[in-house]
Design a protein around this ligand. Sequence first.
Ligand code: SF4
Ligand code: SF4
Length: 373
Amino acid sequence: MEKRYNKQLGIELPLLAFGAMRLPKLDDKIDFDSAVEMVNYAMENGLNYFDTAYPYHNGESETFLGKVLPKYERSSYFLTDKMPIYNIKKEDDAEKYFNEQLEKCQTDYFDFYLLHAMNKDRVKIMEEFNLYDFLLKKKAEGKIKYIGFSFHDDNETLENLVSNYKWDFVQLQINYYDWYEFEAKKQYEILEKYNLPCFVMEPVRGGFLSSLAPNVEKHMTNYNKEATISSWAIRWVSSLPNIAVVLSGMSNMEQLKDNISTMSPFNPINEDELKVIDTVVEELRKIKPIPCTSCRYCMPCPAGVNIPGIFTIYNNYKKTENITYVKNSYLNNLQSTAQAHNCVKCGACISVCPQHIDIPTELEKIDKEIKSL
Ligand code: SF4
Ligand code: SF4
């Protein structure tokens, strides 16, 4: 496993981190045995950074790591958790959630602790309830080693946050699609300007960059038959100089092994490969899928619509153009109560979507298109 010394933090980190947000599932719960096997394999292969958060797997992700990690020496792995800032209604709540998280993770401290999914509204919550001071207090008590935040909003909000407060690191959504199509490049440059290490989330954009339409994938497979499509995305982002660690939310052993082998040893992306990625981005621009990362911040929808589920089905259809698949997945496998026609256009989902998707409009279009096939 490639290790990278981070000069701002003064520590060495594995370049790949284990995101515990999409663990393998069985009957809608974490498939404990399979997930344990993955954690053990990660530890045996030098991947010793684990990232969780309060809402992952409806709270089960923290509890899972609390059951499996304590058999290892605490100093042998890094553990990251995040404050559910969206649940904070008064100042005391920060302490309550923090203690609950330590208890669930069966640990005395977090190596890295973030304010989760910061945006303009959450900056206001942070300021109203003195949450930055709370982080400093926990750092002084030795219960957090490094403080930071993950972020989904505009460049101005990011720059205000990093210039008004002192952080150890920031976690951003960076991948080659967001770099060329959205604001990832500018946000990465803001961190460089403030000399802050960048931790990466969504390097394969919730799976979007791990399997592409045949006419898009062919550019990668013609260049290198052996490399998986995900490995291109992981190597691309890991080649940026100010990246401390790349988090990948892996769901099975195959993905874990592929990611570990991509980083062992790690070969930075070369000039010819960059040209291949440019071509792939050009092709993806033509397909225009919904840029949903399945983060689920829009859920639950009050009308019962399975928003990320529908967008995943539709994106897969656009990438594969398989009519039988989309009709089966949407009209047969998805419950009628979860389909797009149930949307009452209340708008609650729009303001919380980090990808700024006009969700009700897209849902209406998708429903019409699939039913017309
Ligand atoms: S706008 Fe539609 S999809 Fe969004 S939360 Fe409201 S009912 Fe659900
Ligand atoms: S629609 Fe937006 S908020 Fe909902 S899962 Fe997709 S990216 Fe996340």
